[in-house]
Design a protein around this ligand. Sequence first.
Ligand code: HEM
Length: 372
Amino acid sequence: MNSVPKRSFRPALPLLAVALLILLAGLWAGLLRMGWAWPRLQPTLPMAHGPLMVGGFLGTLISLERAVALAAMEKGRLARLVYLAPVSTAAGSLLLMAGVGGLVGPLLLTLGSAGLLVMMARIYMLHPALYAAVLVTGAAAWVTGNLLWLAGSAIPGVVLWWLAFLVLTIAGERLELSRLLRLRRLAQAWFAAAVVVLLAGCAVSAVSALYAPGVRVAGAGLLLLSAWLLSYDIARRRVRAGGQARFIALALLAGYVWLGASGLLALAYGGATAGPQYDAILHTVFLGFVFSMIFAHSLIIFPAVLGRPLRYRPVFYAPLLLLNISVLLRVGGDLFSAFAVRRWGGLLSAVAILLFFATMAVSLRLDAGDAG
Ligand code: HEM
């Protein structure tokens, strides 16, 4: 995991820097929406929070990771074209951040998502397996949500598609790793059923009269997926190992529990399109699941994207612990109408994310020094 092949990744570092800038703007926007009375910077920034976090930060990061991997496999001009996807999502997000360009920002984000879909389809052609099909499906969900958004749908009407994009991309990658366990037919069928139920929920919720039942069906899909990951992922077997393996396993398991919690919340509060219950359904996935998974995969993502070594250190637990406590506070605040608790939970999540990147930056620096 720590041995890194030597490759040339020149566009990766500037794109990663832009993605981090988008993350900062997205977090600021989220904290403004949470009620922190801080400067707005520009009037439309709070409403850009969702697109900046999902498409701007994570969309750019995922497209960049895929572009780096494909560029190493492809030759000639194709190798450089793959970077068009993260460049497009980053450019669209910068326009949204600045509050300029009208529909150009959403259009660039949509084009970037289409670029990721093409890359995922290429990966499927190279490795025609269930995990690759799930990655293609995840990218297709992002494109679908973006097209609906571009056509004028409000964000609550498209957010399930965005959520499905992130959940399926991560689940597809975990499935790829779990191939090592030689999954039986039942396990494959269970996984496929969870994906179908999640996507059916997205599709049903797109009909405005059926929004609440659609969210509930999607919630059932999230529950099925969480139960699958808790049952079949190698994480459970690795908890008893020490050091890096245990850190990764605990981060993964925390993420799977948050995914299940979101499923339960969606079943209970399916009709919410704004406010605390909507907030809890979304952020158990977006913060609890997605960021626990990012923290868990940091030892793979950073070396792969930057081409630099990264060694595990016990201090990696600090942001993971803070993130999980903060999401617990936030969801508790959401469900019991304790708005100060919710606000502090939101702020602590932002601190956990910043602490994570600071920890990574210092560790990468120390490891580069050791290698040199
Ligand atoms: C510290 C971190 C975060 C804070 C403080 C925050 C805050 C908020 C708030 C207050 C809302 C409005 C909820 C409501 O209607 O009452 C919201 C919505 C949303 N958030 Fe976050 N959020 C954070 C992290 C994230 C992350 C990591 C993602 C995605 C990966 C995300 C994606 C979204 C989306 C898509 C919406 C729906 C936007 C809309 O309906 O306009 N958030 N967030």
